[in-house]
Design a protein around this ligand. Structure first.
Ligand SMILES: [Mn+2]
Length: 310
C-alpha cells in the first residue's frame, strides 16, 4: 500500500510529536493534521511536551492534545528517528494498527509499515511537502505556513548547507500560496525574551578568546539565572552568537547544573567538536555537540576541558 492508500482506509489517525519538539516537528504535525482534517479524517495531534512559545502562532497548534482515549487505525510520526524520541508516547505508538514514519534523519531506525526517510532532505518539512503534492492531499495557506516554518527552522532560515535547489523551489511554491513571511520570521527569529538578552550580555562579558586556537568560551551560573528570573533555555543561542565572531572557529558555553557543568560546542568550519564532546561522554554532530562535566569548580572544569582540546 502506498501513503495515500493508508490514509484513505483509515478513519482515526494520530500524529505524535517527539520530546522537546522543534519547528520542523510541530510545523509538520500541524500541517499534516490540517490537511487530513480537510479530508474529514478524525485526527488526533498529540504533543505530550511543552510547546515552545515561539511556535504558538502555528495554525491548529491549539488543537494539539496531551491526552488520548482511543486506539487509532493509523499513526504517523514526523521528524522522529527512533522509538525513545516519543518518551512516554511510546505506548500510543505501539498500539496503533498501522504506522507510517516520515523523516530526514540518516540515523532513523524505526521499522514501521511504511518508512519514508529521505536523509538528503534539509527537513521533514521538505519531505512532507512532496508527499502532500504527490498524493493530492489538501493544501492551503495555513498548511503552507506550517511547512515553511518547518523548513526554515531546520535550515537556520535557509542558511545551512543542507539547502538544495529543491529546498528553494519548495519555498517558492509556498510563497506563491500567499504565506505571511514576516509573521513566520518574527515568531521564529525576533522573539527573544528580555531575560534571554540579559543572559547573553552576562555571557559576553565573561568571554575568553584563545586566539592561538581560535577558541572562544564563556559560562553562565545557576545564580545568574535565579537573579534574572531566567530559565536554562534562555541561554540557548549564546554559543552560536560567540561562534559567529570573526576569527573564532570553535565556541563553548558552560551552563552550571547541580553536579557540574553542561557544555555546548559549536564550530564554524572543519573542526569536529563531537570529538571533544566524546572525551566527556557527550556527542553530537561535527559542528554542534554537547557534553556534561561532573566538576563543580568552574576553573577546574575549564582547565580539564582545555587540556583535552587539541
Ligand atoms: Mn528535522
Amino acid at each position: 500500500m502506498d501513503f495515500r492508500a493508508y490514509i484513505d482506509q483509515a478513519t482515526t489517525i494520530a500524529l505524535i510529536s517527539h520530546i522537546s519538539p522543534d519547528g520542523d516537528n510541530l510545523g509538520c504535525l500541524t500541517a499534516l493534521a490540517e490537511s487530513l482534517r480537510q479530508l474529514e479524517k478524525d485526527v488526533s495531534a498529540i504533543c505530550l511536551d511543552e510547546i515552545p512559545y515561539n511556535l504558538n502562532f502555528l495554525y491548529g497548534i491549539d488543537k494539539l492534545s496531551k491526552e488520548w482515549e482511543k486506539d487509532f487505525d493509523l499513526l504517523i510520526t514526523l521528524d522522529s528517528s527512533s522509538l525513545d524520541r516519543f518518551g512516554p508516547g511510546q505506548d500510543i505508538v505501539n498500539k496503533a494498527k498501522y504506522k507510517i514514519n516520515i523523516d530526514h534523519h540518516i540515523s532513523n531506525n524505526l521499522d514501521f509499515d511504511l518508512n519514508i526517510v529521505k536523509s538528503d532532505y534539509s527537513s521533514t518539512g521538505e519531505v512532507l511537502y512532496e508527499l502532500i503534492k504527490d498524493y493530492n492531499l489538501p493544501m492551503d495557506v495555513n498548511i503552507a505556513e506550517s511547512i515553511f516554518t518547518a523548513i526554515s527552522s531546520d535550515t537556520g532560515s535557509f542558511k545551512y548547507d543542507t539547502c538544495t535547489p529543491r529546498t528553494f523551489k519548495i519555498a517558492a511554491d509556498l510563497l506563491e500560496l500567499g504565506i505571511d513571511q514576516n509573521k513566520i520570521n518574527t515568531n521564529l527569529y525576533s522573539k527573544n525574551s528580555l531575560e534571554k538578552v540579559k543572559i547573553l550580555s552576562i555571557i559576553l562579558n565573561r568571554l575568553v578568546i584563545d586566539k592561538k586556537r581560535a577558541f572562544a568560551y564563556s559560562y553562565i551560573l545557576k545564580n545568574d539565572l535565579k537573579k534574572l528570573g531566567a530559565v536554562e533555555s534562555d541561554a540557548d543561542g549564546s554559543v552560536e552568537f560567540i561562534r559567529d565572531i570573526d576569527g573564532v572557529e570553535v565556541a563553548m558555553v558552560l551552563k552550571e547544573i547541580d553536579h557540574g557543568f553542561k557544555g555546548s560546542l559549536r564550530s564554524k568550519n572543519d573542526k569536529n567538536v563531537a570529538e571533544l564532546a566524546q572525551k566527556f561522554s557527550g556527542g553530537g554532530h561535527v559542528k554542534a555537540a554537547g557534553f556534561t562535566i561532573l566538576e563543580n569548580n568552574l576553573d577546574k572544569a575549564i582547565e580539564e576541558i582545555l587540556n583535552n582540546y587539541d
